[in-house]
Ligand binder design. Structure first.
Ligand code: G6P
Length: 473
């Protein structure tokens, strides 16, 4: 029999994510549009944000730590070394992450990691089940916690549960390479609402169900599989464009921005901002910038600088350690070959920058280079657009393989694997007349105004609460 869960409930909201932005005081301002939007939703309904503390514990069974600020409780627990290795470094970041980013060549398939992943999810679910009230709605974020709903169902929880995947979901020919593929699909079917970044990701997931003969599509947004009926759709995530634009205006006075501007001494700047991850296409981007410089020595050499801000990420995972070495070597090579006594072509920074500094730097940059090889959405692309001055906006160069490209059609869209084409796009961006820059920017800004992160949160929660069907929205 096909079971669906109660609709129309308006209990608390329970957000589940691997990273939990636990504030240290109720007055602490939060960084990041998503955290702010989720916090706002939690505040309105009252609720719990549940997940990993980000810390390692010596204790094999670490206690849940709960801190409450007003109507929001943050409930986190540490993980043992073994759990972190198998669940986070292992299955989440060496199997799910590369495969969902179409990198079968970088996937490490380990039965031990897979079983650690399901074991840790089970532990989290047991803890969460003790806190859940019958009318709470549960919203799980991202690939670390796919099995939470199925674990909770086994423990008897009939709550409405939704899942949003922040990263891409590939078609069956790639997704089927996941260890425990059938168990992953079955786990996803335990939710009531499955949200993906783009219509293509949602379609890929439906294809996976059909291809695995696990179920069928009832109509546009509704699927039946593994004895359950659930909704599957795209919910493209966004930013608060007005707030970000305001931040960028104010950030002209930010000290980091002032220092950067002064150090440019009238040169033009291109900006790239990414976690140091092989999915971001940083190597291809630096190669494209180098090709652009080599082919236009008069126009560009000595006059353009690429500021690449790339905080290190997941360094304990071997594939990440490798890309860190490779990018560092490549930057050294390009700077050694093309640089001069008074000019460094690529300024490569592994530091984390504040949101204010980033907003101001985006505004200074004539070109935003956002060229991932594959990305669920990519909010840097959206932030770069929001940060521009309406009188003299810069140009966004955007990978066709970022989810954002399906919305920001007026960017210069490139194939990031094609180094020469990306170099052409950089040249085109610098040559673009002000009128065209303004037209492209206004259209993109309008798109961002129409889909704010707040609207995104509300739409997902409306569907999850059962207040609205997808077709109505
Ligand atoms: C991506 C994922 C997030 C993750 C973030 C940082 O954006 O979608 O779930 O939190 O990367 O990665 P980390 O492994 O440091 O949490």
């Amino acid at each position: 029999p096909v079971a669906t869960d109660r609709k129309g409930s308006h209990g608390r909201l329970v957000v589940v994510s691997n990273r939990v932005p636990v504030p240290t005081s109720s007055a602490e301002p939060l960084a990041g549009g998503l955290a702010i939007a989720l916090q706002a939703a939690l505040k309105t309904r009252g609720g719990v944000w549940f997940g990993w503390s980000g810390k390692v514990s010596q204790d094999p069974d670490p206690a849940l730590q709960v801190r409450t600020f007003g109507s929001i409780s943050y409930a986190v627990s540490d993980l043992s070394r073994r759990d972190i290795d198998e669940y986070y470094h292992g299955f989440a970041n060496r199997a799910l992450w590369p495969i969902c980013h179409y990198r079968l060549d970088l996937a490490n398939l380990s039965a031990r990691d897979a079983s650690g992943y399901f074991r840790v999810n089970e532990q989290f679910a047991r803890r969460l089940a003790k806190m859940l009230r019958p009318d709470d709605i549960v919203w799980v974020h991202d690939y670390h916690f796919i099995p939470i709903a199925s674990c909770l169902r086994r423990l008897g929880c009939a709550n409405r549960m939704g899942f949003f995947l922040h990263i891409p979901w590939p078609g069956p020919d790639i997704a089927a390479a996941l260890p425990e593929y059938d168990r992953i699909l079955r786990s996803l079917a335990a939710y009531d609402v499955l949200g993906f970044q783009t219509p293509v990701d949602a379609e890929n997931f439906r294809d996976c169900l059909v291809h695995a003969k696990a179920g069928h599509i009832v109509d546009g947004g509704c699927c039946e599989a593994y004895g359950r009926r659930f909704q599957v759709d795209a919910f493209p995530i966004s930013i608060d464009a007005e707030a970000f634009a305001q931040e960028a205006r104010v950030a002209e006075r930010n000290i980091v921005v002032k220092r950067m501007r002064a150090s440019l001494e009238g040169r033009e700047m291109i900006i790239g901002v990414d976690r140091l991850d092989y999915s971001k296409g940083v190597k291809q981007r630096i190669a494209a910038f180098s090709a652009f410089l080599e082919r236009s020595p008069q126009a560009a050499r000595g006059r353009v600088t690429l500021l690449q801000i790339t905080p290190k990420s997941r360094s304990e995972v071997p594939e990440y350690a490798k890309i860190q070495r490779e990018v560092a070597e490549q930057v050294g090579h390009v700077n050694g070959k093309l640089g001069d006594v008074d000019w460094t072509p690529v300024r490569y920074i592994n530091k984390v920058m504040s949101q204010s500094a980033l907003a101001g730097l985006y505004r200074v940059a004539r070109v935003g280079l956002v060229t991932p090889l594959r990305d669920g959405m990519n909010l840097v692309a959206k932030e770069y657009v929001a940060a521009q001055s309406p009188e003299n906006p810069g140009v966004l160069i955007l990978s066709q393989f970022a989810g954002a490209a399906q919305e920001l059609e007026q960017a210069l869209i490139v194939n990031p694997y094609d180094v020469e084409a990306t170099a052409d796009a950089i040249a085109r961006a610098f040559a673009m007349p002000l009128k065209e820059r303004k037209e492209r920017w206004s259209a993109m800004m309008e798109t961002l105004r129409c889909n704010s992160v707040e609207a995104w949160t509300n739409r997902f929660l409306q569907v999850l609460s059962g207040d609205a069907d997808l077709q109505e929205l």
